[in-house]
Write a protein that binds this ligand. Structure first.
Ligand code: SF4
Length: 415
């Protein structure tokens, strides 16, 4: 989208501010606070009267986007946490270790329970364990089997058992009773929001694309801060309607779009605007990223996986525990990327090798080779860190992005 403030841009700011303010207000009034990892189904907590849910990964990404990443990381590094650790835990540990004032939201309300999972990486469990020890707060770990292929029935049952255990744990620790109808309602709101999210992403199929990947990076935040709420549905409906309307009116973020690119990895939160501007000058547009397209889908495809009427929402939550593309095995990563290339129309791929997220980056060279062999489209590997600009060079990244665009142009002129 352009850089004038759109209605959905304003709605995004309102929703984010409201979710953090509400968390702090309810905490002050005595609510039970849960810090949960990004893939933990927050809808479960909406099944309780007075449980507040916060997401440290999402908060760390926001701190990075607002430029607080290095200062917060340095607080953690001074405590002995290595610069080689993922920048999300460094930012988060820095924030709770004296850096609150550096956060745009003054951090998160103090938790009563930590809920991590190992879907994305095992580092996350260790990170939450640091809080468990330092804050003396219970830590519930959801063990999600690794996703080399579509989820097996026995893995789904195993996850379901743990969800039920999580519900009993929250009941026991908070003294509140789980209301299944409230949980069903929250699950339905999220399902409706995901439908609208997919409708928004669909606008990338248009040529020129109705959005840039930077729009989807920025707009994904409420999917982790406001799950299960009607405001979430309203927001994404507005976003999808507004984006569709702009496409219908011939308004595009990169009007002379010549190069349609795909981004592989987490967003470079500290460089969204700069990288977007650089690419616009080249008439290039990163139109999609598996990182945002996988939300609401299942392994190997980015189509919406719907919560069917009559289906148990807890079953749906367990089935979608492997929705995040980052920990897929190579075959599923290849299938998912192929889906994007074929469905969205991609001229070139940027593999962003992320110093922080090793699990997302470790197989990129193999993936790059397989994609190049099958699709014969130019690709490039650039070095990033999603939240630490000290491990990123504009010159080097821009040089490679320029080379990718030149490469696409020369392939075109040779056919
Ligand atoms: S290493 Fe990757 S998956 Fe793990 S916490 Fe960091 S960003 Fe998330």
């Amino acid at each position: 989208m352009g850089h004038e403030k759109t209605n959905s841009g304003e709605s995004l700011t309102r929703l984010i501010v409201q979710s953090y303010m509400e968390a702090f207000n309810l905490w002050k009034e005595g609510a039970f606070v849960v810090w949960g990892a990004i893939v933990v189904p927050a809808e479960i907590f909406r099944g309780f009267d007075n449980v507040v849910y916060c997401c440290p990964e999402s908060h760390a990404a926001m701190c990075a986007a607002k430029g607080a990443g290095p200062d917060l990381s340095q607080i953690a590094e001074a405590l002995g946490y290595s610069l080689d650790l993922c920048s999300y835990p460094r930012i988060d540990i820095g924030c709770v270790s004296g850096g609150r004032k550096l956060s745009p939201t003054s951090g998160l309300p103090k938790p009563n329970l930590l809920v991590s999972d190992n879907n994305n990486c095992s580092l996350l469990v260790k990170w939450f364990d640091v809080h468990h020890r330092n804050m003396n707060v219970p830590h519930f770990i959801i063990d999600v089997p690794f996703c080399y292929e579509p989820q097996a029935e026995k893995d789904l049952d195993y996850i379901l058992t743990q969800f039920n255990d999580l519900i009993s744990t929250v009941e026991r620790l908070s003294g509140q009773t789980f209301d299944i109808n409230k949980f069903y309602d929250a699950s339905m709101q999220t399902a409706r929001a995901l439908f609208e999210w997919k409708r928004f992403l669909e606008c990338a199929k248009h040529r020129p694309s109705g959005l840039t990947v930077f729009d989807s990076f920025v707009q994904m935040a409420p999917l982790f801060t406001s799950r299960g709420r009607t405001e979430l549905v309203e927001h994404y409906k507005l976003l999808a309607d507004e984006t569709e309307e702009r496409v219908n009116n011939g308004v595009f973020p990169v009007p002379n779009e010549k190069y349609r690119l795909l981004w592989d990895n987490i967003a470079p939160w500290h460089r969204l605007h700069k990288m977007d501007m650089h690419l616009r000058e080249l008439d290039a547009n990163i139109v999609a990223a598996p990182y945002t397209s996988c939300i609401g889908g299942l392994e190997g495809s980015f189509e919406l996986f719907e919560l069917a009427l009559g289906k148990d929402p807890l079953w749906y939550m367990a089935r979608t525990q492997n929705m995040s593309v980052c920990p897929y095995g190579l075959d599923l990563r290849f299938d998912a990327m192929s889906w994007a290339i074929e469905q969205i129309g991609i001229d070139g791929i940027i593999f962003a090798s992320n110093r922080s997220c090793k699990v997302f980056s470790v197989m990129q060279m193999d993936l790059q080779k397989r994609i190049s062999e099958k699709y014969k489209i130019p690709t490039v590997m650039i070095e990033i860190d999603h939240a630490d600009p000290r491990k990123f060079s504009d010159e080097s990244a821009n040089m490679r992005l320029d080379a990718l665009v030149e490469n696409i142009a020369s392939v075109r002129s040779s056919v």
